[in-house]
Design a protein around this ligand. Structure first.
Ligand code: PLP
Length: 425
């Protein structure tokens, strides 16, 4: 008789009987806020919900300014443009990230320089950053990936030494803290996503954070067809009348958020700190159990990570302890045992089928030099490769929203695969 669920045995968790916590989370408060917005007739353009959400998010993140926008891709583009980055400039980013981090660098006509990540936390390797700096480097984009934090002390040190901007990609890190400072308040600009899978969501959406008035003014204009915001104090109503056509000062498009998104985000933000606390507590517990399972390694948690925020819960797999069972098979087996998708990390950008700049000569073939510079294949990312092809095991953050018994079940499933790996080899 077969034991593992992947080969027809009984799974560790019957999700019909014990479903995982649901994501997204919402209740009558979202319903009420959406109906209120519907009836108000103010469905977009600096409405009261948008102004209120920007104020609340700035306060929560501990920055002076927060400016919401359509998604976490355009917020990266706005951040780059607010830093004045464009033709001839190089921007350093980790090779292990979502394609948007690199694609937005292309979209401002700058050159993405992909460097490798640290094997123990999968975030940008500061030593690799230092090596990649040239006279053309203008910015570094650390991505706080899944449940990890980039080493912001080292990144800031390098940035100060070479006079570079730091744009934190916080798409996974709402509310996470480094040395008591929230993600998005450490570099020059923070960029967040509110896409459906993220820990604060309106289906789609994004926001940028900064303490710098000039940057905030540009960011506000960039999301709003270039209109110069007359009032940056978000506690004051920024009605359309307070923008002047005469005052336009930067070319841009429409990257605005809607009032419906802002209405949902206000309610979600009320819940998020407690959800983060639960995820952090369960993450610590689960990692403590994983530390004693042969062949799996918890992600390194730096002492300076004073609060963790998880987009995915991730850990590292070593097949030699599992009779050489390939990581893909291990993930499939774990999926079958616990009834939730277990995925690999992002694919390194030099191999990512969604990051293919050379498919768009009409846009990116500015000249022959640029064309060869943006070829992702020229970058070598051995650590990212190893993580993606051999080690990564990632599960959506909703698994951390349950109980300690749920965490025990995940560990029981891994041990079950360990004991029975030969069955699926
Ligand atoms: C690291 C990272 N940056 C940026 C983004 C882009 O965010 P959005 O999907 O809201 O455009 C994502 C989305 O998954 C992401 O994971």
């Amino acid at each position: 008789m077969k034991t593992l669920a992947l080969s027809g045995g009984k799974p560790i968790r019957d999700t019909e009987v014990s479903p995982w916590p649901k994501w997204p989370v919402w209740d009558h408060n979202e319903e009420k806020a959406l109906i209120e917005t519907l009836h108000s007739g103010v469905w977009s353009y600096n409405g009261p919900k948008e102004v209120e959400f920007d104020r609340l998010f700035a306060e929560y993140t501990g920055v002076k300014y927060a400016i919401s926008a359509a998604n976490g891709t355009v917020t990266l583009q706005m951040a780059l443009e607010a830093c004045g980055i464009g033709v001839g400039d190089e921007v350093i980013l980790p090779g292990l990230t979502w394609q948007a981090t690199a694609a937005t660098i292309l979209d401002v006509n700058a050159t993405p320089i992909m460097v490798d990540v640290c094997e123990d936390n999968w975030c940008i390797d500061p030593k690799a950053v230092e090596k990649a700096i040239t006279p053309r480097t203008k910015a570094i984009i650390p991505v706080h990936l899944y449940g990890s934090f980039s080493d912001m002390d080292e990144i800031l040190k390098i940035a100060r030494k070479h006079n570079l901007y730091v744009i934190e990609d916080c798409a996974h890190k709402h509310g996470g803290e480094w040395n008591g400072k929230k993600a998005g308040s450490i570099g020059d600009i923070g960029s967040f996503s509110f896409q459906l899978s993220k820990i604060l969501t309106a289906g789609e959406g994004g926001i940028v954070t900064t303490n710098n008035f000039e940057m905030a003014e540009k960011l506000d204009a960039l999301r709003n067809c270039g209109r110069r915001p007359i009032i940056m104090d978000s506690s004051i109503d920024k009605g359309a009348g307070q923008y002047s056509d005469q005052g336009n000062f930067i070319q841009s498009g429409n990257f605005r958020i809607t009032e419906f998104q802002a209405a949902i985000l206000i309610e979600g933000l009320k819940r998020m700190p407690e959800q983060n606390r639960v995820r952090d507590e369960n993450g610590i517990y689960l990692n403590s159990l994983l530390a004693s399972v042969p062949g799996v390694k918890p992600m390194k948690r730096d002492k300076r990570e004073t609060k963790e925020a998880y987009f995915n819960f991730a850990f590292r797999y070593n097949k030699t302890y599992f009779k050489n069972l390939p990581v893909k098979k291990f993930r499939d087996a774990l999926t079958a045992e616990i009834g939730i998708e277990v995925a690999p990390s992002y694919i390194p950008l030099n191999k990512c089928s969604l990051y293919v700049p050379l498919t768009k000569p009409a846009r990116y073939k500015l000249n022959d030099q640029y064309w060869s510079e943006i070829d992702p294949k020229r970058f070598n990312l051995p650590v990212s490769d190893r993580i993606y092809f051999e080690e990564s095991v990632c599960i959506h953050h909703k698994i951390l929203m349950g109980t300690k018994t749920d965490m025990d079940m995940i560990v029981a499933a891994i041990r079950k695969i360990y004991d029975n790996a030969s069955e699926i080899l």
